[in-house]
Design a protein around this ligand. Sequence first.
Ligand code: IMP
Length: 426
Amino acid sequence: MPNIVVIGAQWGDEGKGKVIDILAEKSDYIVRFQGGNNAGHTVVVKNRKFILHLIPSGILHKNKKCVIGNGVVVDPEALISEIKKLRSEGIEVNSGNFFIDERAHVILPYHKILDSLKEKKKGKAKIGTTRRGIGPCYTDKAARCGIRMIDLIDKELFKSKLEANLKEKNRVFRKTYNAKGFKFSEVYSQYLKYAKTIKPYVKNCAVILNEAINKGKSVLLEGAQGTLLDVDFGTYPYVTSSNASVGGAFTGSGIGPTKIDKVIGVVKAYTTRVGEGPLPTEFPPDILEKIRNKGEEFGATTGRPRRCGWFDAVVARQAALVNGLNNIVVTKLDVLDELKNIKICTGYRYKGKVYRILPADTGILDSCSPIYENHKGWLKETGSATKFSDLPKEAKNYLDRISELLGVSIYMVSVGSKRSQILKGR
Ligand code: IMP
C-alpha cells in the first residue's frame, strides 16, 4: 500500500471519515496531523455509527497503529473521554496501538474560555468557531508559550509553564473581557491527573513513523477540516487555525514529502460549510431543507445545521491546486438523487470581472454572482450501485464534469454511509 495523504477539498465535512476507514484497511499507520477535537469524523461500521474527534478513524480496524501527530492540538479531557467511549464499545485502545507525539500542544481551560470570549466580543464579525479552544491554543504555539505533551508529563516543567501562562492569561481575562480567571491549583491538579492517564501514549512519533516507513510499512495521513478552512489557503479569516491542506501533513507528522506517494482530495457532490464566512453557491431555502435532511447535514461536533449549496468548482479547484491532488473521491452522490436539475458553479462574476480562480479577497466571495452550468438530474436511486458503470448516465456525466473542471481523476465515489457503498472511479 502506498503512503497516502487524504485532504478535505472543500470546507470540511466532506466525508473523509469513511474514505479513511476504507483506505485504513490496507495501511499500517493512520495519522492525524492538524486540528483538534473541532473535527468530527463519522464512520458507520455494520450499522454502528462512530464519531471520532481526535483519535484517527483507523482505530476501528484491528491491528492498526494510530498516531496523533505533533501538529494536532489535544484537549486531554476530550481525548480521555474518547478513549473511554471507544473502549466501552469494544474498540481496543492501548499503548501498543495508539501514540501521541510529545510535541503536540495541549489545550488548556483558558484556551476554551478565550475562544468563546473572543467570539462574543467580535459580535457580528464572529468566525463561528467550534469553541473548542483551537485558535487560542495555536496562537500560544506560534507565540512560543504553548504547553506541549512533553511539558505536561513533566510535573515541574508543567508547573512553571502553567504559572507563567496563567499570570498573563488571568490579566487578559480581567482587563480585556471583565471575566474571572483560573486558579492555578485547580488547573494544575486536574491536568496532572490527565497527564498520568495520557503518559503511556506519549512518544516521539516522527521517529516511529519514519522507522516504520523505512521498514516498508505504509502510512495514511488523515486530514481534518478542509482546504478552504486552511489558515493560509482558505477563506481567511473564516478559517481554522491550522494548515488543513497538504503542507500540514508534513509539518504535523514529521514525515517528509519525498515519502508520500499519493495525495487524495475528498469532495462532496455538493458544497457545505459550518460557521460564518462566504458560501457563494448557497441553496435557496426549498432545496436547502431537502438536501440538509437527506444528507444529514448537521455538525458531528457541535450539532449545528450546515449551510449547503451547489458544487463549487472554483473552491474545489483551489484545493486541487494547492494540494497537488493526484485523485479525488466524490462523496454523497446519492443525496442528489431526487433533484431534477443540478447546477455546478464554474466561476464568479464580480463588478464585471470573471474569476475562475479563488480570489484572496473574501469580500468578493461575499458579493459575487456565481456562474452556473445546468445539469440534468438522474432521478434514480444510486445507493445500491456496486460499480461506476451501474450509475445512471446523468450521474456519470455529472461526475465526469467535476473531474474535468478540477483536472483530477476520480478514485472512488461514495453513494451512502455504509462501508460497502463505495464505487471505484472509472
Ligand atoms: P475552529 O476550528 O473551532 O476555530 O473554527 C473555525 C472555523 O472552522 C469555523 O467556521 C468552524 O465551523 C470550522 N470548522 C472547524 N472544524 C471543522 C470541521 O471539522 N468541519 C467543518 N468545519 C469546521
